[in-house]
Structures are given as C-alpha cells and as structure tokens.
Ligand binder design. Structure first.
Ligand SMILES: NC(=O)c1ccc[n+]([C@@H]2O[C@H](COP(=O)([O-])OP(=O)(O)OC[C@H]3O[C@@H](n4cnc5c(N)ncnc54)[C@H](O)[C@@H]3O)[C@@H](O)[C@H]2O)c1
Length: 393
C-alpha cells in the first residue's frame, strides 16, 4: 500500500487531536493509502522530542522550514496559531506537498487568496480541518437536506457559545490580532459558517446587522507556553497588555436559496462550554444540532399527519445508516470530540488515494468562501451597513 509521510507543525491542543487521529485512523478504517507519522515540529527541542515519543511520531524537529521541504514528506499538517498558516502552507505548497491546515484557513482574505492561488497553480491537494462536518449527526443532516427532507430552507439559526475567556485567562495568541486575525469570529463563527454552508448546500449572499464586542480589554501577559488545551495551564505575571480582537460577534445573513439566518459567536456565554450548533427550518421539516449532545440529531418531519408531528431524537450511531458509524462501536456506544478528527483523517486519506470522501471535505478554495463571509461580517460591523458578498472577493 502506498505510504503518505506526514509532517505536523505545531504540538498544542490541535497537535494532540491530530496526532491521535493519525495514529487511530488505520485501526478503525481501511484507507486506500497508509499514513506514516514521520515528523512533528515545535519550537522547544526537549518538548518536541517528548511529544514525538508520547504520540508516536518517528522524528521531532524545531525547524519547520526544513521539515516541510524534506523530500520524503508527502503531506504537511498545519496546527500552529493562525499567524503561521499562510507562511507554512505556502512553503509546503512550494515544495510540492499536499497540505491539511487548521481553521480558520488564514487571518485575512489576502492570505487565504494567496493560499488558494498557490495550491491551484501547484496542483496539490488541500484540506481544512472543519472537523464538526465529520460528526455523524452533522454529516447525516447534510445528507438529509441533500435528499430533500427539509424542502425549501427558510430559516437558519447558528450559534457557537463558549465560556472559558474570563478575566483570569492570560493574553494568549487567541486574544491578539497579530496571532489570530480576529477573536471569537475566526475561532467560532468560522466553524458555524462552514457547518451551515455544508448542511444547507447553499452560499451566504449578504450580511447585515453585525455587532462586535470586546468585554475584557486588558489581560495578563503570558510567562510560559500554551499547554495543550485552549488556555488552561498557561502561566502569567503581573504585567498586562491590550486585547486586540473581539470576544463576541453576532450577525444576520441571507442564503442563496432565500433563507434568512442569524449567527452568534461568544467566549463569555456563561453556562455554555462548547455549545455549537444550528436549527434549520424548511417547508417540509426542520433539523437541530447541538455539539454538547453530539451523537444526536433532532428532526421534525412536517409531512407527517399534523396530529403526530413532533421532534424526533435520532441517535446517530447506527452503522450503515449514519456516516462513519460502522467503523466505530455498536449502537449508542457513543462518539466524542476526537472521533471527528479521525473521521477527517480517513477522508483526507481517501482523497489522497483517489477516492471520494464520505461527505464533502473543505479544501482551501472552499475555506476561502467561509473567509469571505467572516470578512463581510466585520465590514458590516465596522461600517454599520448591509454587505453583499459580491463586494468581498
Ligand atoms: N478544529 C478545531 O476545532 C480547532 C480547535 C482549536 C484550535 N483550532 C485551530 O488550530 C490551530 C492551533 O490551535 P491550538 O489550540 O492547537 O494552539 P496551541 O497554542 O495549543 O498550539 C500551537 C502550537 O504551535 C506551535 N508553534 C508556534 N510557533 C511555532 C513555530 N515557529 N514553529 C513550530 N511550532 C510553532 C506551538 O509550539 C504549539 O505547539 C489554530 O489555527 C486554531 O484556530 C482548531
């Protein structure tokens, strides 16, 4: 079987989820090509070596440029903060490698445009880790909409609510424009823009009514490194610095099929830990998803006799009926966060092996469409006006 040598750049929170996915995928799936965990890279040599040993990477490095250009590498997996996505991806593409990049694909439209153009010119395959598409319940929603279960879609309500960013959290890269581009917007709205585009199969055509807020304007400076979670375990001193991105961004939108939509991203929505999801209402039915109950999809079939209409909870764990389920456990032996990444690793390997993914995978061009929506929403907030997507290339 053809081997795919992977070089993964970054070893934080996503470094752990991706390492787990690359090491698990061959045990649960039969991909057409075999992933080899060749090289992992971060800045501290001892930490990089220890990480490689723990997660099963053959080599560790502190020189990402050398790692991505090495002739034996086939696929570069970019799991650094957002400010390095474009630089690492462009270097990998220039070396003729396929690239899998964490989301958001870039900090700015200019960066993502360059990434799309370079990948197209080089003819390499690209992938973006919008992992929530690969929850069986979300993949099922995509298939149900495609099969016409909702009829004409009229309303989309999307939310991504977290609560971790209180005053105690230091000034990690996620709070700095230079490191991340935007705050909750690129971090959280990016996921639900991608998810609703994926499930509805429609594009967003106009943004209006966007509002942006930063509640906590100064944070303590970090004195150590990030520690493998979002912000837990990061040490800080007494000195503070300014937060230069948003904590919350809300906006309204129109979809190409005529639906109206609302989007909400927040990092201080107390009571919500990682609650991302949607409610989509169509002429024939409706769907609801909430990641905090990720194995379930709620379905309302409005074509049933009125007297027996109501919400049905579908446990999306039945092999053969629910995407990816046959490769995991028996019915209702439920999946968790990490399985979405392993499902995505499988689909990446299917594409590299010349096969179709189980459900569509976002490439750089697809992720650039999500980036355009992010940009239009920021423009709408700053200029306080509706912004047609045609204005934002
Ligand atoms: N798909 C998802 O659900 C999801 C969830 C969280 C984060 N993310 C994305 O993943 C990316 C990484 O986020 P994270 O939470 O893992 O961050 P993190 O801070 O935990 O880890 C970042 C890693 O990048 C490494 N790094 C930084 N500069 C480097 C350099 N010059 N050379 C080599 N390595 C370098 C750091 O050492 C660290 O290991 C971000 O783009 C983020 O938006 C996606």
């Amino acid at each position: 079987m053809r081997e795919i040598n992977v070089a993964m750049i970054g070893q934080g929170f996503m470094g752990r989820t991706h390492s787990n996915a690359w090491s698990q995928v061959r045990k649960f799936f039969k991909p057409p090509v075999e992933p080899v965990m060749h090289t992992t890279c971060a800045r501290n040599p001892d930490a990089s070596k220890a990480f490689a040993e723990l997660w099963g990477w053959t080599n560790s490095s502190t020189d990402w440029r050398k790692a991505v250009a090495a002739p034996e590498i086939d696929l570069v997996d970019v799991v650094t903060p957002n400010n390095m996505h474009a630089e690492v991806a462009l270097a990998a593409i220039a070396a003729g490698k396929h690239v899998a990049c964490e989301k958001p694909i870039a900090r700015t439209l200019e960066e993502s445009r360059r990434m799309v153009a370079a990948a197209e010119k080089a003819g390499v395959k690209t992938f973006v880790w919008y992992n929530y598409r690969r929850c069986p319940a979300v993949a099922l929603a995509h298939r149900m909409v495609k099969d016409g279960a909702l009829g004409t879609i009229r309303h989309v309500r999307a939310f991504y609510l977290q609560e971790w960013a209180d005053e105690s959290i230091p000034l990690i890269w996620r709070f700095q424009k230079e490191g991340s581009g935007t705050g909750s917007h690129g971090d959280l709205n990016a996921h639900i823009i991608d998810m609703t585009r994926f499930v509805t199969g429609e594009e967003i055509t106009e943004i209006s009514g966007a509002i942006v807020e930063t509640f906590i304007k100064e944070r303590k400076l970090m004195t150590g490194a990030t520690a493998g979670g979002i912000a837990a375990g990061v040490e800080s001193g007494a000195e503070t610095g300014p937060v230069t991105v948003d904590d919350a961004v809300l906006f309204l939108a129109r979809f190409s099929g005529g639906a109206v939509a609302s989007f909400e991203a927040a990092r201080q929505a107390t009571g919500n830990q990682n609650r991302n999801g949607f409610e989509i209402n169509g002429s024939k039915g409706a769907l609801k998803f909430d990641f905090e109950r990720m194995n379930e999809l709620q379905y309302y079939d409005a074509t049933r006799p009125r007297g027996v209409q109501g919400w049905t909870t579908i446990m999306c764990t039945h092999g053969g009926d629910h995407p990816y389920a046959e490769n995991w456990w028996p019915d209702a032996h439920v999946l968790g966060y990490e399985h979405g990444f392993t499902n995505q690793a499988y689909d990446i390997l299917r594409v590299l092996g010349g096969e179709e993914p189980v459900v569509p995978l976002p490439d750089f061009a697809d992720a650039h469409e999500t980036q355009r929506v992010l940009e239009a929403a920021m423009l709408s907030a700053v200029e306080r006006r509706p912004v047609p997507l045609s204005e934002v290339k």
